[in-house]
Design a protein around this ligand. Structure first.
Ligand code: F0G
Length: 463
């Protein structure tokens, strides 16, 4: 990665959206009224919103201009053909099924392949992917390499799937028990960590040796390609698009949340390399759940913005700036002693709250306590990936089951914030670090049975 001092943002700002920092007393009041759950805050009450990089990108002048060319015909919109050509060009896939977002593509894929009691292995499925597997009473299998679960390991491709374990599963389960493999690149759940080209190639060999299809969850595929270019000497001088073509050549299709690396605010798709039978089957589901085959729940103008965004998302200057900014924040936090998952990932910095707040046991919700503190201190919204999101009450014993990690994700929207915003985040951490032993943690006052983090309520302990 080039030094960030040797270049500046590869864009200038034509339109701005005002944001402001509320006073401390107001922030204290707002977060209390939100039951110490940042999902209940109004976006206008937030200064810097690092909840997600999904659907939060700033579109370019080129994308906005393209939206004026939206062809809103029910069937055969010109923008569909533009997007199809982009997918064929960048991914090398013949068939395109547009959907309203990524999880809709997952729904169609799982309904085609997965039934009760089956297993679906991968490196680490995203939550909605797991959800769609479980909805079909099947079992998601996360077979990421051991280093992928070690927050301090410096492995360069922590998103890699453990090929030995994958082969064991493929040997032990025929296609009636294990119908497909899904590899998520980059791997969101362990910190936006990349999958290497070798790993994809070998996973593909295994899948095909045992006659199973391999799919890529491509939400952050361009960021994955950039890491391959930077970290694997074989690809050092290869253009991102060549790397993408090779990556996707190893799979039989992909699901895509366009809200990430296609730089738009809504949209997704499912694509198949060359299997017409799958395509026709997928279209049946698409028509029932999404819309006709040439729009899939999106406006023509959205399809156009995705087509243009796919190209912009693979530009070398854009990716260098994008990943460079995430790394800039991560390195600055590491420099002041904030424990982060390393190497710093593609779309966000993941802070280890158990190490940052070592005095708080997991039943005091340390990661959620840090999320709350970031809002109270500086109006910053982050998101908890710890006991609140992944812990649960065992229905049989009634005991709380705790996850192995307590992380806070600082997710960076694309082309939205400047490095000065990042500096402000670092300053907030500095302030909090100076008085961290006074943070007393949270107590749960309400939790729903499933997906409890969205609606959970808390109170501050000791108040
Ligand atoms: N796959 C990955 C790897 C994701 O990160 C997401 C969404 C999806 C699929 C689902 O796509 O939102 O378009 O339906 N991730 C968001 C996040 C929500 O905040 O990480 P979607």
């Amino acid at each position: 990665m080039r030094s960030r001092n040797s270049y500046a943002e590869p864009y200038r700002i034509k339109m701005v959206e005002p944001i402001s920092l509320k006073g401390r007393a107001e922030r204290e009041d707002l977060i209390k009224k939100a039951y110490y759950n940042i999902f209940n805050l109004k976006a206008e009450d937030i200064y810097i919103d690092l909840l997600t990089d999904s659907g939060t990108s700033a579109m370019s002048a080129n994308q906005w201009a393209g939206m004026m060319l939206g062809d809103e015909s029910y069937a055969g919109s010109r923008n569909f053909y533009k997007l199809l050509a982009a997918v064929q060009d960048i991914f090398g896939y013949k068939y395109l099924v547009p959907t309203h977002q990524g999880r809709a593509a997952e729904n169609i894929l799982m309904s085609m392949f997965v039934i009760e009691n089956q297993k679906v292995p991968g490196n680490m499925h995203f939550d909605t992917t797991e959800g769609h597997i479980r909805l079909r009473k099947a079992q998601p299998l996360n077979l990421v390499i051991d280093e992928g679960l070690n927050t301090e390991s410096n492995h360069q491709f922590k998103g890699n799937v453990d090929l030995e374990r994958l082969e064991k599963e493929l040997k032990a389960n025929d296609s009636s028990k294990l119908p497909l493999i899904i590899i998520t690149a980059t791997c969101n759940n362990n910190g936006g960590q990349p999958v290497s080209m070798d790993n994809l190639r070998n996973a593909s060999k295994l899948a095909h040796k045992y006659g199973r299809p391999l799919f890529i969850d491509a939400a952050r595929y361009a960021e994955n390609c950039y890491f391959i270019q930077q970290r694997d000497p074989v690809y050092r001088n290869k253009p991102i698009r060549d790397i993408a073509r090779e990556m996707f050549s190893y799979a039989d299709g992909c699901t895509m949340s366009s809200k990430k690396d296609a730089l738009v605010n809504i949209g997704g798709f499912l694509a198949f390399k060359d299997n017409e039978e799958w395509y026709e089957k997928a279209v049946q589901m698409q028509i029932c759940y999404e819309g006709f085959r040439t729009y899939g729940g999106l406006a023509g103008r959205d399809l156009e913005a995705i087509a243009r965004g796919l190209y912009e998302g693979t530009e070398a200057g854009y990716l260098e700036d994008r990943i460079g900014q995430v790394n800039y924040l991560g390195q600055k936090l590491l420099d002041i002693g904030v424990p982060c998952v390393t190497p710093i990932g593609g779309h966000g910095v993941f802070v280890d709250a158990l190490k940052f707040l070592p005095h708080l046991p997991q039943n005091f919700f340390p990661a959620q306590a840090l999320v709350v503190e970031l809002y109270r201190e500086a109006g910053i919204r982050s998101v908890e990936l710890g006991t609140c999101a992944f812990g649960y009450t065992d229905p049989v014993t009634g005991n709380e089951v705790y996850p192995s990690q307590e992380l806070v994700r600082l997710t960076i929207p694309r082309r939205v914030y400047t490095d000065r915003h990042m500096d402000f985040v670092v300053k907030a951490f500095e302030e909090i670090a100076g008085r961290r032993e006074n943070i007393r943690g949270l107590e749960s006052t309400y939790q729903a049975d499933i997906l409890r983090h969205f609606t959970a309520r808390f109170r501050l302990r000791g108040q």
